[in-house]
Design a protein around this ligand. Structure first.
Ligand SMILES: [Zn+2]
Length: 112
């Protein structure tokens, strides 16, 4: 797939075929992420930086009565109808975009 964003040598960037005037302000953050993602795809060594610990967060159940979860990175709260982020297919925090790392339940560090 070809890039949807472009970068000029002077550092300016944008979305192909769309002027900034047409883009709602609310989309700016998402487009920044797309641009960064596409930069990384063009420069594979940068993909490693996607996997830095800094791109992961954990969600904690802070109110079990109302099933409210909190992102440990950005602190935003999210309420699920049932179950947690894993069961609801949340791979990333919708507020800060970090990958949600599940709790210790899936990790088996016990030496064999
Ligand atoms: Zn978050």
């Amino acid at each position: 797939m070809s890039r949807q964003t472009y970068r000029e040598p002077n550092g300016r960037w944008g979305v192909k075929g769309i002027s900034w005037a047409e883009i709602p302000d609310g989309l700016y953050g998402a487009l920044c992420k797309l641009r960064d993602y596409e930069d990384r795809c063009e420069h594979p060594h940068l993909i490693e930086s996607l996997m830095d610990e800094g791109d992961f967060t954990e969600w904690t159940l802070v109110d079990s009565e109302h099933n409210v979860w909190q992102c440990n990175h950005c602190g935003r709260l999210h309420r699920f109808e049932a179950d947690g982020p894993d069961e609801n297919g949340f791979a990333c925090c919708p507020y800060c975009g970090k990958f949600i790392e599940n709790g210790s339940e899936d990790i088996d560090d016990e030496p064999a």
